[in-house]
Design a protein around this ligand. Structure first.
Ligand code: 8YV
Length: 317
């Protein structure tokens, strides 16, 4: 059971390899439909739009033996419940690293250079012509980028920032990468998240959504950021307390924010929609033709390996 429409080459391959049930009208599955799928399909290929909770997984009889998630993040799946029910979970790392890093850099540039505001002016006819003081933004090159998390995507962002924009990169990661990786990136470790926040002109989030990182960016931590600094989130909405972010923006504790992900997608806290210094994208991190095909093929590989009786390369539980 493939829960959403996937790029045509992926659907074609899935149909060739399996008796694949596709979601032709692409509607998000209801909890009841997900449970029907778990009762009737050997495998599910879900996406971030499917909430697979312990209650969902409590169906009887449970036929599904693998959840081959389409995406690297899997916080929408209760992996402990899946494990308890003997269901394998896989994800699709690596193939989307570059695109998601590009998305973070795009957001950084957009919010610093006021690209959304400018676009809105041009489209609305409000642009009256060039003038020296029009839409002055913040310079990016040479500034300090603070990364919360230096995993695959954090490293790809660091590489772009350092080698593309001559930025100084500071980071905190409770599971830091090997010293040679950090040295190659010329990234400077900091002992705490707070140390990064105090120092950075741009803060970009690259940690997974776990119980430990939920609301990592809360009111107290947002208050530590510089009033001239910007927050960028391409990871998961849960990592930021969206209400606290609105308050920090309203009180000018930070200069702006650029978000690709939200706490209650597709809902966005309404106050954010009214703020000119906020860039809002609709969860586009991996949204290129090439990468969405690669993600599908990676999920297919995981399924093929599982049903061939070998270990899927991207098993998470
Ligand atoms: C996906 C993502 O678009 O991989 C992830 O974690 O957030 C995005 O790349 C989405 O999760 C697809 O299910």
């Amino acid at each position: 059971m493939v829960t959403r429409r996937l790029p045509a080459p992926v659907e074609a391959e899935l149909t060739r390899a399996f008796d694949a049930r596709l979601n032709r009208d692409d509607h998000p599955l209801t909890p009841a439909e997900l449970q029907d799928a778990l009762r009737s399909a050997d495998a599910l290929l879900p996406t971030v739009s499917d909430r697979i909770t312990a209650a969902t997984l409590a169906v009887e009889p449970l036929r599904t033996r693998i959840l081959a998630n389409y995406g690297v993040g899997f916080n929408h799946i209760d992996v402990a419940a899946a494990k308890a029910r003997g269901v394998v979970v896989t994800n699709t790392p690596e193939v989307l690293t570059d695109d998601t890093a590009d998305d973070a850099i795009m957001l950084m540039l957009m919010v610093a250079r006021r690209a959304g505001e400018g676009e809105r002016q041009v489209r609305s006819g409000a642009w009256t012509g060039w003038r020296p003081t029009h839409l002055l933004g913040t310079k990016v090159s040479g500034k300090t980028l603070g990364l919360i998390g230096l995993g695959r995507i954090g490293r790809a962002v660091a590489r772009r920032a350092r080698h593309g924009f001559g930025m100084r990169v500071v980071f905190h990661d409770p599971y830091p990468p090997p010293a040679e990786v950090v040295a190659e990136l010329a990234a400077e470790p900091r002992a705490t998240v707070e140390d990064v926040l105090r120092e950075a002109d741009f803060v970009s989030l690259h940690s997974p959504a776990t119980p430990e990182t939920r609301h990592l960016m809360n009111a107290a931590r947002l208050a530590l950021m510089r009033p001239t600094a910007f927050l960028i989130n391409t990871a998961r909405g849960d990592i930021v307390d969206e209400a606290a972010l609105v308050a920090a923006l309203e009180r000018r504790h930070i200069a702006g924010a650029a978000l690709d992900v939200y706490e209650k997608e597709p809902l966005v806290t309404p106050a954010l929609l009214t703020m000119e210094n906020v860039v809002l994208l609709p969860h586009l991190g991996s949204a290129t033709q090439e990468t969405r095909v690669a993600m599908g093929m990676r999920a297919l590989d995981n399924l093929m390996a599982f049903f061939a009786g070998t270990a899927p390369r991207d098993r998470v539980v």
